[in-house]
Design a protein around this ligand. Structure first.
Ligand SMILES: [Zn+2]
Ligand SMILES: [Zn+2]
Length: 88
């Protein structure tokens, strides 16, 4: 799951989960749009990657921990185990 960081790493502004001006790189470094545009020029100072707008995280999460819960969960587990235990 995407880590929602509580502050912008460049200017240390507060960064609420629903901030529309949040930008993240692939390593989830978080910056505000102003810093990205005017200071960083779309290059992450931590990893050198580019930025994308961070999706809004709703205040009440719709799925908490479970991702697979029906029979599909069992199917995925079984497939993985079989693959691991196979001779090649
Ligand atoms: Zn900023
Ligand atoms: Zn980065």
């Amino acid at each position: 799951m995407l880590e929602i960081r509580p502050n912008f790493e460049w200017c240390d502004k507060d960064l609420p989960p629903d901030a529309v001006e949040a930008r993240i790189c692939t390593y989830e470094c978080a910056f505000c749009a102003t810093c990205v545009d005017t200071v960083l020029h779309n290059v992450c100072p931590n990893c050198g990657g580019g930025f994308a707008p961070r999706p809004i995280r709703p205040k009440t999460p719709r799925r908490n921990r479970r991702i697979l819960c029906g029979p599909e969960r069992h199917a995925v587990r079984t497939t993985m185990r079989n693959r691991k235990g196979a001779p090649r």
